[in-house]
Design a protein. Structure first.
Ligand code: WQD
Length: 340
């Protein structure tokens, strides 16, 4: 069976994709330095999949250390590159840290593809490349907009680095533009487990509900939307993981090197912040303690996907909605809080 290299395989989306690939019969190994994840994720991947997950603790920016691993692994059929810093707000505070880590790690992955003839790359990109779109929903032809954060800029530059080096690296690349990943594995064993305080909406909601935070703030209620709060397209992390396995299969069967393709991964449903909170209250049966506050700099007013292309070409069919996202996120928060 094909051998797949995951970078960031113990992270949020990486760990869920690790499970999906193992359950699909792939041989998988990960490189992850645990900068935003914990080694105990590996034990939980084993509990779900029944297989022993392999991870090498290495910094992708350490080219020599990385090369030792890739050389000893022999022929690798594909790499899925998740590893990156991804907090929009933090990237505004620490742009050089984001450029250094996100761009140098990608550069080393591309060097390994070239030197060790890894024919396929699946790249973790983001809907942030669209900025504040004029037209909604956005499809893959919607033009990139000027980045609104250093994080978003590293995703735009990452796509361009891959595309402009195809003749040198000789890879077939699939660029996956995620909308808002959320939720947790239905087993309750893995979920969003950030090392530092959560910044994204759904974990902030569950941390507030469990009492880790006294209350949460809705960032802005005067936007030109149906209830004044921002609109996002929340996609369940298990649906997102499935899309990676399907993208890998598509690349291996229909994307001979050199070449590339781009897919939006969203559920095509725009949900406001207040609607997300109401969905949580319905799913959990708990009232949430929140207040309306000022806008957060850099926030996009509204964005949601047209994912027709992923459905038609990858055969991808997202199964879960915002209620399932809130349910699984809540189960995960309760379990995580007991273990901590
Ligand atoms: C969502 C909405 C906030 C926290 C994320 C990822 C980014 C990319 C796109 C993958 C916004 C509001 C939040 C809070 C709030 N994904 N909010 N109170 O900014 O859309 O970006 O998805 O690459 O990596 O970061 O996600 O969850 O931070 O915010 O009101 O305490 O929730 O203002 O409207 P965002 P988010």
């Amino acid at each position: 069976m094909a051998k797949v290299w995951l970078t960031g395989g113990t992270g949020y989306i990486g760990s869920h994709t690790f499970v999906d690939l193992l359950e699909s019969g792939y041989e998988v190994f990960s490189t992850d330095n645990f900068s935003n994840s914990s080694p105990h994720v590996l034990e939980n991947i084993r509990k779900i999949s029944g297989k022993e997950p392999i991870n090498y603790e290495v910094d992708l920016c350490d080219r020599d250390a990385l090369e030792l691993i890739i050389r000893q692994e022999g022929q690798i059929d594909a790499v899925i590159h998740f590893a990156a810093y991804k907090a929009v707000g933090e990237s505004v505070q620490e742009p050089l840290k984001y450029f250094d880590n996100n761009l140098n790690s990608l550069l080393n992955v591309l060097r390994m593809c070239k030197k060790y003839h890894i024919p396929h790359l699946v790249y973790s990109s983001s809907c942030t490349v669209y900025g504040n779109p004029e037209q909604l929903p956005v499809d893959e032809n919607t033009p990139m907009a000027p980045a609104t954060s250093p994080y978003g800029l590293t995703k735009q530059m990452g796509e361009d680095m891959i595309i402009h080096s195809l003749q040198a690296t000789r890879i077939g690349a699939v660029l996956l533009r995620y909308f808002n990943p959320a939720g947790a594995h239905e087993s309750g064993y893995i979920g969003e487990d950030p090392r530092n305080a959560a910044l994204n909406l759904v974990p902030v909601i569950t941390e507030t509900a469990i009492g880790k935070r006294e209350k949460m703030t809705v960032f802005g209620s005067d936007y030109p939307t149906r209830d004044g709060t921002c609109v996002r397209d929340y996609i369940h992390v298990m649906d997102l993981a499935r899309a990676h396995t399907q993208a890998l299969e598509y690349a291996r069967q229909h994307l001979p090197p050199p070449g590339y393709d781009v897919f939006n991964l969203g559920v095509e449903n725009g949900v406001t912040v207040l609607e997300a909170i109401q969905a949580f209250e319905r799913a959990s049966g708990q009232k949430l303690n929140y207040q309306l506050g000022p806008r957060r700099p850099g926030d996009v007013v509204a964005i949601y996907a047209d994912a027709t292309k992923a459905k038609k070409i990858l055969g991808w069919t997202p199964q879960r909605d915002i209620l399932n996202i809130m349910n699984t996120a809540w189960q995960w928060e309760k379990k995580r809080s007991i273990e901590q």
